[in-house]
Ligand binder design. Structure first.
Ligand code: AKG
Length: 388
């Protein structure tokens, strides 16, 4: 998904203009001309009662599930967020330890008792279904414009020959509000726009609480969290995976790690699809009632100086049922730096990663090769660098 084709390269520019900073995507052919590629909506493709899906969606190299006995697969840990902030010292310590083990060994966990009202979550579920059910002429008004990432459309679509994922995406920057795209967020239909506004604020609160718990248990100073995150930034990627007649030959989202700090994912449908790589095996993450799936992104692996892991994951699709998910990405404010927290670096534990400005980090992440899985490895400080 992220490889570039020889004839078209993707340039992503991150630039600052006072307080306004945007990620711009422009598609440029080798002769320098701009190329506007628009990928068909998979929902529309799927409506055509296909017996075989078009070749562009067929991936020959999908890594199958390694374990043939799902009942033997390990279960992703579940963290009770209310216990993490319990007044009872023992309850709190036990949950903090669970959080530490989950973040260190899995990089993924489900979180329950997170405090986001069930009624708001239900409104979001209804709102995203309605968003993807909009007629095409309404969706057109919210479609990605050339050079931009927000709105409906596939991300990182680099060439006309590139293999595609079996997913329709709606991507939107949610917080802080001054970073929002002026023709996407304001045009989101009501009442979903209002619910999205409330949900963004609530989920940011959940992300910050989890980070607070992690900082406490990993021994990171509060000042470091404040310094590294500032007010933070948040974006959402809403994924719609239509049913597919050849689910084993297509992929909803290729294996990837998240380039941000923390992802809080709502599995909208009661349909399995999310899988994570754990000890070399793809482990499904079943939807759990009233839970969010949380995962560590590359930025948090860097900030924790490698203590917590950003783990590969992917989304598979279903032959009969559609699946929807809402991934909310939380990361540092645009004005700061990304690097190991000073309180987690010392003679015993030298910095494992370089420190970069936030714009430089994202510029590298979405560089000419696209957001490659191994980007974080490019930022690793080699032993020679440490000793010299
Ligand atoms: O749909 C899912 O469960 C996974 C989504 C995901 O990995 C993403 O949006 O980056």
């Amino acid at each position: 998904m992220y490889s570039t084709d020889r004839c078209v390269c993707v340039h992503i520019y991150i630039y600052k203009m006072g307080l306004e900073e945007e990620i711009k995507v422009s598609m440029e052919a080798e002769d320098g001309s701009k190329k506007a590629t628009r990928v068909a909506s998979v929902k529309e493709v799927a409506k055509e009662a296909l017996s075989r899906v078009p070749d562009r969606y067929i991936h020959a190299d999908i890594d199958p599930l390694v374990c043939n006995s799902p009942s033997l697969l390990p279960q992703v840990p579940v963290i009770d967020l209310s216990s993490l902030f319990s007044g009872d010292h023992h309850v709190k310590e036990t949950e903090l330890r669970k959080l530490h083990v989950a973040s260190h060994q899995w990089g993924f966990f489900q979180v329950i008792n997170h405090g986001v009202r069930g009624e708001l979550v239900d409104k979001m579920k209804k709102g995203v279904r309605e968003l993807f059910d909009l007629p095409m002429e309404e969706k057109d008004k919210l479609w990605q414009r050339e050079g931009e990432m927000e709105g409906f459309g596939q991300m990182f679509e680099a060439s006309e020959n590139q293999k595609l994922n079996w997913v329709d995406v709606f991507y939107v920057i949610t917080l802080p509000s001054h970073l929002r795209n002026s023709h996407i967020f304001p045009n989101i239909p009501m009442p979903f726009k209002e619910d999205l506004e409330e949900y963004s604020a609530e989920v940011r609160g959940v992300a910050r609480k989890i980070l607070e718990g992690m900082a406490e248990v990993v021994g990171m100073k509060k000042e470091d969290v404040k310094e590294l995150f500032g007010e933070g930034t948040q974006a959402m990627r809403i994924n719609y995976y239509p049913p597919c007649p050849q689910p084993e030959d297509v992929i909803g989202i290729n294996a990837h790690t998240d380039g941000t700090a923390l992802t809080v994912l709502l599995q909208v449908s009661d349909v399995e699809g999310l899988q994570i790589k754990h000890d070399g095996v793809w482990v499904p993450v079943p939807p759990l009632p009233h839970a969010f799936v949380v995962n560590i992104g590359d930025v948090l692996q860097i900030i924790t100086n490698g203590e917590y892991k950003s783990v590969e994951h992917r989304a598979t699709v279903n032959s009969k049922m559609e699946r929807i998910s809402i991934a909310t990405f939380y990361g540092p404010g645009r004005e700061g730096h990304i690097g190991p927290a000073p309180s987690l670096v010392g003679p015993e534990k030298p910095a494992q990663f370089k420190t970069l400005s936030v714009p430089d980090y994202y510029k590298g992440f979405i560089s000419k090769e696209g957001p490659i899985k191994s980007y974080i490895d490019l930022l690793r400080i080699q032993n020679e660098d440490i000793t010299h």
